[in-house]
Design a protein around this ligand. Structure first.
Ligand SMILES: *Cc1c(COP(=O)(O)O)cnc(C)c1O
Length: 404
């Protein structure tokens, strides 16, 4: 799954270009950098690869979401509808701009259930944030229709789905804005980094300014820049961008291996009676970072995970017990143990929505296992793993059916 598995000569070459000049900052120092502009080059490469018109690199995926929200005009008191199953960064970003994350149920796509979204729309709703979890996509047509009906912003958190497509378009380029993360465990990495994608010049310009203290990057030099839009420092460094440049050029290679290994595991597990699979709105666009499947009951999923570990088969995520990806364990969100001071309105809103029951999501996530797909497996190794997993799953399902 992650790009770090295939880190090598190409990444070192790009980093060395930067080390030769010693100019580690992405802006300025024009005369000293010998024409080396890795962040700019990576932004151009991202636009070329994904067909977006504008790309703004930042220091992380969380910074990308925060920057995108600010550039989209989401702020104090606004509600952002997002799924109960995501990485915590999605709601952190919403909270950091003063807005309120409205968590709603997922369906068997493992992300937003459009019906739950429709029900959650209020007069305060400003945006819908689908999260393309575990390499695959949300029901974007339905979500887009809801956005159009209620005049809402669509912000795609595509941090885990770089290179995935929906009906021919890259995930992250379909909404008003989208984000990727290049942190160390993502499909491509630059150690720490992220990007905001958009086809709107206005949103792009604001993202550009927001991520660099408001600099409009239009002056003769940095000192002569103006600041039409307030900002912070979410800049990426040239060193990080250099790694990302090598990695984005290898994305096609990574996806090919990943999809091959994903196919091997899927073709074996699909024969296990009683096992069902995550619904994928456009199967051709799946990146294959994980194969996510459901057992008939929570107990069976727990047993299977335990037996995988006992058999030395690692990398199977049971999200229901995970501290970082599912609402059940987000006490820090539910109990309002805030580090910062928030307005009473925001705090009340956050705690209200975070403390709703999620019986539908519980029923889905408690039966779900996401099996991560490595770039390092040969086809033979993938097949061997698949066979071992299938045997365990068959056994777990049969055993429980006998006693049921
Ligand atoms: C990783 C991730 C992020 C945040 O990215 P960082 O680069 O780690 O800050 C946001 N959303 C999702 C769904 C992620 O998986």
């Amino acid at each position: 799954m992650p790009g770090y598995e295939l880190f090598g000569a190409a990444e070192r070459k790009e980093v060395n270009d930067v080390l030769e000049t010693g100019i580690l900052m992405r802006y300025g120092f024009d005369g000293m950098r010998n024409g080396i502009w890795k962040a700019k080059e990576l932004e151009a490469e991202i636009n070329k690869t994904f067909g977006s018109q504008y790309a703004q690199l930042v220091s992380s995926g969380t910074a990308a979401l925060t920057t995108a929200l600010a550039a989209l005009g989401v702020g104090a008191g606004d509600e952002v509808i997002m799924p109960s199953f995501t990485f915590v960064a999605s709601f952190e970003a919403v909270i950091s701009v003063g807005a309120i994350p409205v968590l709603v149920d997922i369906d068997e796509t493992l992300t937003l259930d459009p019906e739950a979204v429709e029900k959650a729309v209020t007069e305060k709703t400003k945006a819908i944030m689908p999260v393309h979890m575990c390499g695959s996509m949300a029901r974007l047509d339905e979500l887009k229709a809801i956005c159009e009906k209620h005049d809402l912003i669509l912000l795609e958190d595509a941090c885990q789905a770089i290179g995935g497509k929906y009906k021919g378009k890259y995930l992250g380029t379909i909404g008003h804005a989208g984000t990727f993360s290049f942190d160390f465990v993502k499909i491509i990495t630059c150690a720490e980094g992220g990007v905001v994608l958009t086809n709107s010049e206005d949103i792009y310009k604001k993202a550009d300014h927001y991520s660099d203290h408001g600099h409009d990057h239009a002056g003769k030099d940095r000192g002569a820049d103006l600041h039409p839009f307030l900002g912070y420092n979410f800049r990426i460094s040239e060193l990080h961008a250099a790694v990302g440049l090598a990695q984005v050029r290898r994305l096609g290679e990574f996806l090919e291996i990943q999809k091959r290994n994903h196919g091997i595991i899927f073709n074996t597990l699909k024969n296990v009676e009683g096992l069902t699979f995550r619904v994928i709105p456009d199967a051709d666009g799946d990146t294959g970072t994980h194969l996510s499947f459901f057992l008939p009951m929570e107990d069976m999923a727990r047993q299977a995970v335990t037996e995988f570990v006992a058999a030395g088969i690692m990398g199977n995520f049971y999200w229901y017990d995970n501290n970082w990806h599912y609402i059940r364990k987000w006490e820090h969100l539910k109990n309002g143990a805030w580090l910062h001071r928030f307005s009473e309105e925001q705090k009340k809103g956050i705690m209200h929505y975070a403390n709703q029951p999620f019986p539908i999501s519980d029923k889905i996530i408690s039966r779900c296992i996401s099996s991560s797909i490595s770039l390092l497996w040969t086809p033979e190794q993938a097949q061997e793993r698949a066979d071992k997993m299938a045997a365990i799953l068959k056994n777990v399902i049969a055993k429980n059916n006998v006693t049921a």
